[in-house]
Write a protein that binds this ligand. Structure first.
Ligand SMILES: Cc1cc2nc3c(=O)[nH]c(=O)nc-3n(C[C@H](O)[C@H](O)[C@H](O)COP(=O)(O)OP(=O)(O)OC[C@H]3O[C@@H](n4cnc5c(N)ncnc54)[C@H](O)[C@@H]3O)c2cc1C
Length: 446
C-alpha cells in the first residue's frame, strides 16, 4: 500500500487527506505543527461563537458544497439571514447602503456624475491584452473614484491586499477574460447575465448566491473531515529524496513516504526546500503576506444603531485607517450570539494598514473606528483579539511565474505535490477545489 504524508492541517491539507483516504487505497497521515484548522478557528466563549479566521463561503461555490455533501455534513450547513443582504460602504464620512441591483447603484447619490459617465463610456475603452495591476485595470476602464469607492474596498475586504500591486490575471482571471472576449466588462456582464438567467430559470428559478457557514463554525467542518485521519503533531524542517520516495525531517522525528503533499504557507515551504531546491525556495520569497487581526466585540443590542441589522461594511480606500471591514456576525448568521446580544467582528490591517494589527491598543482603535464610521458609542461588554502576522498571501504581478515554477517542480519531482492558499486562490472553496485537483494528479500518478 502506498503511503501519503500531507504536511499542513489547514483546510487545504485536511481536504486533500480526506479525499485521498476516501478515493484511493493509499494510507494517509497529516503532519501539522500546531493544531488542525490553520487559519480557520472557531472560539466559543461568553455566549458568542467567534470565527477568528474564515467565516463562510458563497452558495454558488461548487467544490466545497460537493465535499460537504460527500462527507455527510450537509445537516450542519447554515445560510445567512435576509438582514445580511444589507451592505454598506463608508465613504466621505458616512455609511452608504449599497443596493443589490447595480442599476439602482447608478441612480443613488453614492457615485458622482463623473463615474456614471465613465460607466457609460466603458464599452468603448480598448482592452489591454497583458496582465496589469488591479489598480491600473480599474482606473483604465472605470476611473479612480470607482476604484476608491467600489473595487478597492472589495479587494481590501476579501484579499486584505493593495490594488496597486495585485495582479489582475492572478486574482481576477475571469474578469480579464471577459474584457478580452467581449471588449468590455459591461457588454460581457450583460451577455453573461442573460445566459445565466435563461439557465437559472430553467433549473433553480434564480441565480443569486448567499453566504453559507456551519452551525458550530468553520472549524467544526474541518474537525469532521479530520476525525478518521492519522494526525502527527510535528514541524517539518527538511525534505530529502530516499529510494523511490522521500524522507521528511521533523522537529521531533523523521518520516518516510512514497508521496508527499505540501499544504503549508509559501514561507514555510521555502524553509523546507532550501537544501532540496534552492532556486524554488528563492522564488517562493516572491509571495508577500498581508497581516490582519480580528477584533471581536460583544454588545447588548439595546440602543445600538440600525446598521447592526446588516451584513456590515467596508471602507473606501481613502477612508482606511486601521480597520478594513466591519461584520455584524450576529445578524449574518444565527447561533453566533445569544438573544439580545450583538457580535461585531472588525478586520484590522491588511496591506494598506500594515502596522494596525500589531498595535498594543488595538481594541481602543477598533472602538474609535466604530464610533467614527457607525456612531457606535455604547461600551462593549466583551472583547476578543486574534492576531495573524501573515494572514493572507498576496498574488502580485510575479505570481504567474511563481505558479509556473511550482508546476515545473511538481513535473520534475514525481510524488511531490504542492497545494494551499498561496497558489490556488485564498477562498475556502479555492482550497477545496485545489484538493480535488491534487487528488486527480495523485490518482494519475503525477
Ligand atoms: C482573518 C481571515 C478571514 C478570512 N475569511 C475568509 C472567509 O470568510 N471566507 C473564505 O473563503 N476565506 C477566508 N479567509 C481565507 C482562508 O481562511 C484561507 O485562505 C484558508 O483557510 C487557508 O487554508 P490553507 O490550508 O491553505 O492554509 P493554512 O490555514 O495557513 O494552513 C496551513 C497549515 O500548515 C501548518 N504548517 C505550517 N508550516 C508547517 C510545517 N513546517 N510543518 C507542519 N505543518 C506546518 C500550519 O500550522 C497550518 O495549520 C480568511 C483568512 C483570514 C486570515
Amino acid at each position: 500500500m502506498k503511503k501519503v504524508i500531507v504536511v499542513g492541517g489547514g483546510i487545504s491539507g485536511i481536504s486533500v487527506a480526506y479525499l485521498i483516504k476516501k478515493h484511493t487505497n493509499f494510507s494517509v497521515t497529516i503532519i501539522e505543527k500546531d493544531r488542525i484548522g490553520g487559519k480557520a478557528s472557531t472560539v466559543r466563549t461568553n455566549g458568542y461563537l467567534i470565527e477568528t479566521g474564515p467565516n463562510g463561503f458563497l452558495s454558488n461555490k461548487a467544490e466545497i458544497k460537493k465535499l460537504i455533501e460527500e462527507s455527510h455534513f450537509d445537516d450542519q450547513i447554515i445560510q445567512s439571514n435576509d438582514k445580511a443582504n444589507r451592505k454598506f460602504i463608508f465613504s466621505s464620512g458616512k455609511l452608504w447602503e449599497i443596493p443589490n441591483n447595480p442599476v439602482k447603484l447608478l441612480f443613488s447619490g453614492f457615485l458622482s456624475t463623473k463615474v456614471k459617465f465613465n460607466i457609460l463610456k466603458e464599452p468603448f475603452v480598448r482592452p489591454y491584452p497583458n496582465d496589469e495591476t488591479v489598480e491600473s485595470f480599474v482606473k483604465r476602464r472605470l476611473g479612480e473614484e470607482f476604484l476608491n469607492k467600489v473595487i478597492g474596498p472589495m479587494v481590501c475586504g476579501v484579499f486584505a491586499g493593495d490594488p496597486k500591486i495585485m495582479s489582475m490575471e492572478s486574482n481576477f482571471k475571469r474578469i480579464k477574460e471577459i474584457e478580452k472576449e467581449y471588449g468590455s466588462l459591461i457588454k460581457g456582464l450583460i451577455s453573461l447575465m442573460k445566459n445565466k438567467k435563461t439557465n437559472a430559470n430553467a433549473t433553480t428559478g434564480g441565480f443569486s448566491s448567499k453566504l453559507m457557514s456551519f452551525k458550530n463554525g468553520v472549524l467544526s467542518f474541518l474537525n469532521h473531515l479530520a476525525k478518521d485521519i492519522e494526525i502527527i503533531k510535528d514541524t517539518i524542517v527538511e525534505l530529502k529524496q530516499e529510494g523511490n520516495g522521500y524522507a521528511l525531517k521533523g522537529g521531533k522525528s523523521s518520516y518516510t513516504t512514497d508521496i508527499v503533499v505540501f499544504a503549508i504557507p509559501s514561507y514555510a515551504l521555502r524553509e523546507i526546500l532550501k537544501n532540496y531546491d534552492y532556486e524554488l525556495s528563492k522564488i517562493l520569497n516572491k509571495i508577500p503576506y498581508a497581516p490582519m487581526s480580528v477584533v471581536a466585540l460583544g454588545y447588548d443590542d439595546k440602543d445600538l444603531p440600525d446598521v447592526k441589522n446588516s451584513f456590515g461594511y467596508l471602507f473606501a480606500l481613502n477612508e482606511i485607517r486601521d480597520v478594513i471591514g466591519v461584520l455584524f456576525d450576529s445578524s449574518v448568521f444565527d447561533f453566533r450570539a445569544e438573544r439580545y446580544k450583538v457580535l461585531v467582528r472588525l478586520m484590522v490591517g491588511g496591506q494598506l494598514a500594515k502596522d494596525a494589527p500589531f498595535k498594543q491598543n488595538i481594541i481602543e482603535s477598533a472602538v474609535k473606528e466604530l464610533q467614527r464610521s457607525a456612531s457606535i458609542f455604547k461600551p462593549f461588554e466583551f472583547s476578543f483579539v486574534k492576531r495573524h502576522k501573515k494572514a493572507i498571501p498576496i498574488y502580485t504581478m510575479e505570481h504567474k511565474s511563481v505558479f509556473e515554477s511550482i508546476r515545473e517542480f511538481e513535473r520534475k519531482n514525481s510524488g511531490i505535490f504542492i497545494t494551499g492558499n498561496a497558489f490556488y486562490g485564498v477562498g475556502l472553496n479555492d482550497c477545496v477545489k485545489a484538493a480535488y485537483q491534487t487528488l486527480e494528479k495523485i490518482k494519475g500518478g503525477h
